[in-house]
Design a binder for this molecule. Sequence first.
Ligand SMILES: NC(=O)c1ccc[n+]([C@@H]2O[C@H](COP(=O)([O-])OP(=O)(O)OC[C@H]3O[C@@H](n4cnc5c(N)ncnc54)[C@H](O)[C@@H]3O)[C@@H](O)[C@H]2O)c1
Length: 354
Amino acid sequence: MSKKVRIGIIGVGTIGSVHANNYANVPNAEVVALCDILPDRLAEKAKLHNVAKTYTDFNDLLADPKIDAVSVCVPNHMHAPIAIAALKAGKHVMLEKPMTLSAKLGKQILDARDKSGKLLQMGMVWRQRSSAQLVKEVIDNGRLGNIYQIRVKLIRRRGIPGLGGWFTTKAMSGGGGLIDIAVHFLDLVMWLSGKWNPTKVSAKTYSKFGSPIKDYHYVSMWAGPPKPNGTFDVDDYAVGMVRFGSETTLSFEVAWACNAQDESYVELLGDKGGIKLDVDSDPILRTEIDNRIADVTLQYDKKENGFTIELQKFCDAIQGKGKIPATGEQGVVAMKLLDAIYKSSELDKEVDIK
Ligand SMILES: NC(=O)c1ccc[n+]([C@@H]2O[C@H](COP(=O)([O-])OP(=O)(O)OC[C@H]3O[C@@H](n4cnc5c(N)ncnc54)[C@H](O)[C@@H]3O)[C@@H](O)[C@H]2O)c1
């Protein structure tokens, strides 16, 4: 292998460009090819990111022997087919979140990884943010004691992305706010707490705002504007409780849209301390110091970029200089949890996670 890992990016929409920009900050990476099914977008992004080789068919990119690894940045329903084809073609794979549409497909990706001997990394970028790394360190140092309850809150007043497009079409996305944004925080708290054994879930999902599309009122739209004749057949709100054996519980509330204030945080409660990681403020450790109740605000370097760090770790792992920070096995656990949340909602009862 050359000194730099030669990267192909498949899918150059919003996040494909984020990958291209952040690989540019990684000294041992070089983006050598881009792929997208939209020729105009592909030409525009090739110029923007100064990449010479372009492909409109991912199979052609995968056949290029000068590519060592790929970033898979396509809509969710294409994650499994493209990741599996890439592994079969002998490429290392950086796979955007969510891993895929179901745990069953996730396991197929794992099988392909195991047969290929190549590396597979999940795009769980939240773990790589400096604030999350700091909170992880505090937890690993034992500051919380035994963690018995975890809270996940991710509330958007009106934040449905690309209404009517692939994000809101179940066959392409696998679901709504739950699979799109809650996956970040569910993964984050399992990683922070080290609890990768969700056993039961009781949950409910709702679809209250996305349809009819013409009646959705909003201030701004990620991946917009809305497609008036498009599809909305996914969840825009989900609530539930997860059990991790009999020792730990997790309550979550996630909304792409609801009539409540915007909020985004995770909070872990232990018998020695509790910690809140809020998107909009510094992490706070709630504990006791010298027999007094104390709140400690944790300071950290805010200049670091989670995407650069995750892509740096991907390239380092390929070159044998480190480990994959978010594994396919963990991706499958997250998919099992999401599958069970949707199933519990459908059956209106608590379900086991197997
Ligand atoms: N990590 C994060 O924070 C984060 C943020 C946004 C999106 N994502 C994930 O990234 C993925 C893409 O999201 P996005 O917002 O960039 O979507 P997008 O719609 O902006 O871009 C997707 C691109 O993939 C292209 N594409 C579709 N099918 C293809 C195929 N078969 N071959 C090649 N290209 C194909 C589309 O033409 C489009 O340009 C999704 O899985 C999403 O969940 C992750």
